[in-house]
Write a protein that binds this ligand. Structure first.
Ligand code: AMP
Length: 113
């Protein structure tokens, strides 16, 4: 089994995070070092959807980036955020620090909570 990462521990509520959205498939929480007024991280929750990085995608996990993007889009619509950036850091050389695939959601618009 792959090593449990920081984001496994956030997913499993062993480490606190400011969760802004959760359903059966996805969890979204605030980045602890925000680079924009709204900076969220979207992760897939199911063990069967776990993949460390875009670099490790297989046929079994190829749907996961789309899942995260779709949930981010729905989140933006639900919160009236009309402009945002979506980013995957890929590999250490791409700035990735946590090897649990996550989608960065950044917006200059603050989150209305
Ligand atoms: P990456 O560089 O793509 O691996 O992004 C990892 C992100 O996780 C960084 O933007 C960090 O600021 C963020 N991060 C690290 N620890 C935590 C934490 N405990 N809660 C929320 N975000 C975190």
């Amino acid at each position: 089994m792959a090593e449990r990462t920081l984001f496994h521990r956030i997913r499993d509520k062993e480490i606190p995070a400011t969760i802004v959205y959760e359903d059966d498939e996805v969890l979204a929480f605030k980045d602890i070092h925000p680079k924009a007024p709204t900076h969220l991280l979207f992760i897939a929750k199911k063990d069967s959807d776990f993949v460390p990085s875009i670099d490790d995608l297989t046929e079994q996990t190829a749907h996961v980036p789309g899942l995260l993007i779709r949930k981010a889009q729905a989140f933006a619509k639900a919160h009236g955020i009309t402009g945002y950036q979506l980013k995957f850091h890929v590999g250490r050389d791409g700035g990735q620090e946590v090897f649990y695939l996550h989608l960065h959601f950044l917006s200059g618009q603050a989150l209305n909570e």
